[in-house]
Design a protein around this ligand. Structure first.
Ligand SMILES: [Zn+2]
Length: 182
């Protein structure tokens, strides 16, 4: 009986420590880990102006699932044809799953046949960063979220008009935000 009560107490403490934990963000003030809805959506205060953040790994470890953390913070890649975002064709935006920055509009999404969500351009070039990635014997261009630095995927020069580019993105690195919620 006492043991059960102790377990219950521990559980309560564990829950509290999760919901009340704080981490430092790029600013001086600590920010509580927010209670997130199904998606994270946090456009910049001024359109086109992204303020980079340098958030500690402990924050992302707590906020993200293991798979999301592996992709966004450790440059992982999800298995193709596994993301539910592959099938989304509705109007809306795809935002960084870590920080909520809107990265891609569904009007630029196309069916690439690769099994990863594919877009021909970002919402704003300032919202992504591009960097040469020569790992694994391949010459690729890595694309990341310009605010939190979260790895999104790679860019390939075989996309459709008007850009001819294919932003091949991990679905687990994105949230879909329906147009009605923008
Ligand atoms: Zn981000």
């Amino acid at each position: 009986m006492r043991f059960t009560a102790l377990l219950a107490l521990l559980f309560v403490f564990a829950c509290n420590s999760t919901s009340q934990s704080t981490v430092a963000t790029s600013g001086d003030s600590a920010t509580a880990v927010p209670d997130m809805p199904d998606y994270r959506y946090d456009p910049p205060a001024e359109a086109g102006a992204v303020v980079p953040i340098d958030t500690p790994d402990t924050y992302w470890k707590e906020l993200l699932t293991d798979e999301e953390y592996n992709i966004l913070r450790e440059d992982g890649t999800e298995r193709s044809f596994t993301s539910p975002l592959n099938d989304i064709k509705a109007a809306g935006v795809f935002a960084c799953r870590a920080c909520g920055l809107p990265l891609f509009d569904s009007s630029t999404k196309f069916e690439s046949g690769t099994g990863w969500p594919s877009f021909y351009q970002p919402i704003d070039p300032a919202y992504v960063t591009e960097e040469s990635d020569n790992r694994y014997g391949m010459q690729r261009t890595e694309v990341s979220c310009a605010r939190c630095g979260g790895h999104q995927g790679h860019i390939f020069p075989d996309g459709p008009a008007p850009t001819g580019l294919r932003y091949c993105i991990n679905g687990a690195a994105l949230n879909f935000v329906p147009e009605a919620d923008l």
